[in-house]
Write a protein that binds this ligand. Structure first.
Ligand code: CU
Length: 302
């Protein structure tokens, strides 16, 4: 049976309706033409909306992450945002082509309902959709490895070192080099109590570090595996018995935050909190000298 396309069908008052034995017209050409006109404008609007909202840093552009308070955290955030941008770009191409195919390649009356031309065993296309994902994975791998190396980098001479000891269920912060003769650890050391309903945050151990300085953390545990997590560092690292871990950050913002243990370590894991204070270098040096004097007088840590 041959079907010869005749004059374009119109859905006016004289439309006789579908001809028996012939497939009905699926989409009226007028609607299709309108879609064809509107699709580029909608795409342009979407690109503009995403592009203009990317200029400011807010919870939406950070895709749920908190504002970073270290240089390393900023690098991690940029990688997170870049990965999302790449995913959205791939998504837009895939969704765009899918929707385009749905709208503009529906079964046509002229084809008599025959399936469209098939593209299997098309070598160039198969090569394309094998090679392109490999390139995308390669690009993601490159940026991830580059940023991971930067975040994991340890400097030869950090400005301040803090020995962190995790235990059930609190933390100890020791500042080697800031001597306190006669004290149990020999250096300025901060202790605290786990969070409690009575005391709240007031008795938590305090970690004080200066802004714009390189801070090295040496992490050890005396019992089980804990993990050291200050949320806006955009970073966490395990604290493992018998396996010292290390990392460095350069804080960029002044303020006080709450740090957590982020490895389920027992009954009071959720109470294993600490306070983090980022201060100016001058305030830090004043604070540490006050602690030296105070701890020498009291013969122990605060
Ligand atoms: Cu813990």
């Amino acid at each position: 049976m041959s079907s010869t396309p005749s004059a374009p069908p119109s859905r006016g008052a004289h439309d006789p309706g579908p001809v028996p034995g012939q497939p009905p017209v699926v989409a009226p050409p007028r609607g299709r033409a309108r879609l064809r006109r509107l699709a580029p404008r909608a795409a342009l609007f979407a690109v503009l909306a995403v592009g203009t909202s990317g200029c400011t840093s807010n919870a939406f552009t950070r895709m749920g992450w908190p504002e970073p308070i270290t240089k390393q955290g900023q690098v991690a955030l940029t990688l997170w945002q870049g990965s999302w941008a790449a995913a959205w770009a791939v998504g837009a191409v895939v969704w765009g082509m899918t929707i385009w195919a749905i709208i503009f390649h529906r079964k046509k009356r002229a084809s008599g309902g025959a399936p469209p031309q098939q593209v299997r065993y098309n070598l160039p296309i198969e090569m394309l959709y094998t090679v392109v994902p490999f390139i995308m994975i390669g690009v993601l791998f490159f940026f991830t490895a580059r940023d991971e190396n930067y975040i994991d980098k340890l400097s030869a001479h950090p400005d301040v070192t803090v020995n962190v000891t995790g235990f059930q269920w609190s933390w100890q912060f020791q500042y080697p080099g800031y001597r306190v003769p006669g004290s149990p650890t020999g250096d300025v050391t901060m202790y605290g109590e786990p969070w409690s309903p009575q005391a709240g945050n007031s008795q938590l151990p305090v970690l004080v570090i200066p802004r714009d300085r390189t801070i090295r953390f040496n992490l050890v545990s005396t019992d089980v595996i804990h993990a050291f997590w200050i949320v806006p560092f955009e970073f966490k690292r395990d604290v493992i018995p018998g396996h010292p871990n290390h990392f460095e950050v350069t804080p960029t913002r002044l303020g006080t935050w709450i740090g957590h243990c982020t490895e389920l370590c027992g009954l009071y894991h959720s109470r294993m909190l600490f306070r983090v204070k980022i201060v100016t270098p001058a305030q830090f040096s004043q604070w540490i000298h006050t602690q030296q004097a105070l701890q020498q007088r009291s013969g122990g840590a605060q």
